[in-house]
Ligand binder design. Sequence first.
Ligand code: C5P
Length: 249
Amino acid sequence: MPACDRIFWSRSNSFRFLSSSPSSYYLHAMRKLIIAIDGPSGVGKGTVARAIAAELGYRHVDSGAMYRAVGWKALQLGVGLDQEDTLSGLATDSTIEISATLVAIDGTDITRAIRTPEIDKAAAAVARLPNVRAILVGRQRRLGLDGGIVMEGRDIGTVVFPQADLKLYLDASVEERARRRASDSAHSGPVALAEVATALKERDQSDSTRAASPLYAAADAVVIDTTGTPVADVVAQVMAMVRKLLMAD
Ligand code: C5P
């Protein structure tokens, strides 16, 4: 069985097998690309981004975790989610660590605590504030300075890395996204599909209609509708694009 057939549409599934494929060895040695992956909530950006990063030996950055971390800290401190000045000060003064296995703010491990319906909403609220975005976007750009990065979010191909080597926009029907989110054991919350779908639609609405960096596919992004597609096929499709790019050098 090919290595990538062992992964599924879930954050909690392992992608470590992927980097063992022989073709990875030469890909690791080539030019270090910036790969931007955008798309709506629950579409499986994280699963695809982690798999691609593992194949290439790149860093995977979940930019949404930064907005979640700021939302989490705001709730802890009782700061109103519309208090832009206080929240941008809070974002500036906070140390946010993001690795493959850990999200921490000011040294506190919040890896699990930020995957709740309450933080889904808090993250989307702080993400509407331009001054908070400016601080987090600055940090995201610094992480990509040397390339070799797969970053996922809502504005990566449009705002954070408009010069990205490869831009992908993943989409899927809301029903399919609700099924993927409900089976994600890393994310707590309702399992009733209708309830999950309603929450996803609310976040889609907030993310795509906000004034600051709304969610949309960059004009030069490759749009992939993943509805009904096994994750292995999506990863294989993306890896084919990456190989083509690297071979053209
Ligand atoms: O990707 P995730 O669902 O964890 O992101 C949480 C929230 O953070 C999103 O609903 C969105 O409002 C915000 N976000 C954003 N820009 C990004 C990543 C996330 O506005 N690049």
